[in-house]
Design a protein around this ligand. Sequence first.
Ligand code: HEM
Length: 137
Amino acid sequence: MIQVNAWAIGRDPQCWKDPEHFFPERFADSSIDFKGQNFEFLPFGAGRKICPGIHKGTTTVETVLANLLYCFDWKLPNGMQKEDIDMEEQAGVSLTVSKKTPLSLVPAKYFSDCSKMWPSTNAMGNFNTRSLVEMLS
Ligand code: HEM
């Protein structure tokens, strides 16, 4: 059995400048994407065993994030500065990785009525963003 260490590849200084630094802008002017064609970045695997949930995973994350950014302004709590955000990771259950320190943000409602601004379900029809936005309102 061969196991590909995608975690180590994603942090290889031969492939990535300053790999440990959280800098999502590194992808802005890059042709590298996550769909399994660029072997230096394999969050969903590649080839015949690539994750079959890749589209569900990305549409779900994009729908939630886009709606939260569209409907709210976000502030850091208690005078915290953006430089203080700790992006360190920790190993989680079943090989997943999560933030070591949870991100804490204060939402301020941006639109008085968001109800018509977003679909109540995502492209797969089974995720309700509205209840999340209503909970935060
Ligand atoms: C952001 C979300 C997700 C990430 C990062 C992710 C990542 C991965 C990775 C790295 C693999 C292993 C690929 C390989 O062996 O090379 C995998 C496999 C798999 N994923 Fe996902 N996944 C996500 C969401 C989902 C969702 C939403 C589903 C189902 C609805 C799903 C179903 C599967 C299945 C069934 C496999 C096993 C495929 C096989 O062994 O042939 N994943 N995923």
